[in-house]
Write a protein that binds this ligand. Sequence first.
Ligand code: THG
Length: 266
Amino acid sequence: MFEVIGERINTSRKKVQAAVAERDNDYIIDDVKKQQEAGANFIDVNAGARIGHETEDMKWLIDTIQPMATAPLCLDSPDPAVLEMAFQMMEKTPMINSISLEKDRFDSMMPFLDGKECKIIALCMDDAGMPNSSDDIVKRAVKLVDELGKIKILPESVYIDPLVQPISTDNNKGVMVLDAVRDIKKEFPTVHITGGLSNISYGLPQRRIINRTFVSLMMDAGMDSAIIDPLDQAIMAAIQTADMLLGNDNFCGDFLKGVRAGTILS
Ligand code: THG
C-alpha cells in the first residue's frame, strides 16, 4: 500500500506558523482531521521555521495533535535533540524524519536510535551535499541501510529519501533519481522509498502537473510513500490511479470507491 505522509503541519506554511505562534489548538486539530480524512497515513510535524522556538513549538504541537490523531506522527527536524525530545513523548511508534550521512547528524542520531522501535526516513545526503549522480544516491542508500542494520533497524523500517532535485537546473535530474530508485529496490526489495516531490518542479510554471506526473513515474520505479499535501485532490487521484495501474488495487476496488466518493475525477 502506498503511504501518504501529510506535510501540512509545517511552520514554513504561513497559516500554521500563525496558529503555532498564537497557540491556536483548533486550527491545528482541524487541519490534522482534514489530512486524515483525505487519506494521510502519517502526519508530518515540523516546527523548524520559528528560529529559537523549535523545541517548545514541537512540544506544543505534539501535545495538541497526539490526543486526537488516529494516524501516527512523522517527527520532522534536522536537530537530533528535538527528535529525541519528541520521540520521548510518543504513545505510538512514530516515523522519524530524519537521519542522513552528514557526520554531526549521523553521529548523534545513531546512539539515540539504537534499540528504539521506529520507522526512519534516511536522506541520501552527506557532508559533500546533494547527490550528483544516480550512483551517488545508490551508494548513500546502501550505506544508510547497512549502518541502520547494525543497530537492528530492519530494511522494512527504513524509508530512503533519494532527494529530488529541480529539473529546471539540469534535465537529467528526473532520470537520475528514477534510475537510483530502481537500483535501490533491486538491492533491498523491502526498503521503502519516500520523499518530497515538489523540488522536481522548482523554478517552473504549472508545478502541480509536473509533481503529479513525476509521482506516477517514481511509483513505477519503486516509490511507495511520499511527503505531500493530502488535500491536493489531483495528486491523491494520480497516486491512487497509478497504484491501480501498477497492480496494487484488487478488482480496481479502491479506484472505484474513489470515483463513487467523488475524489477521483478525470
Ligand atoms: N524530505 C523529507 N522531509 C521533508 C521534505 C523532504 N520535510 C519538509 C519538506 N520536504 C516537505 N514538507 C513541505 C511542507 C509544506 C510545503 C512544502 C513541503 C509547502 N510549501 C509551500 C510552497 O512551496 O509553495 C509554501 C508554503 C506557504 O508559504 O504557505 O506548503 O523533501 N524527508
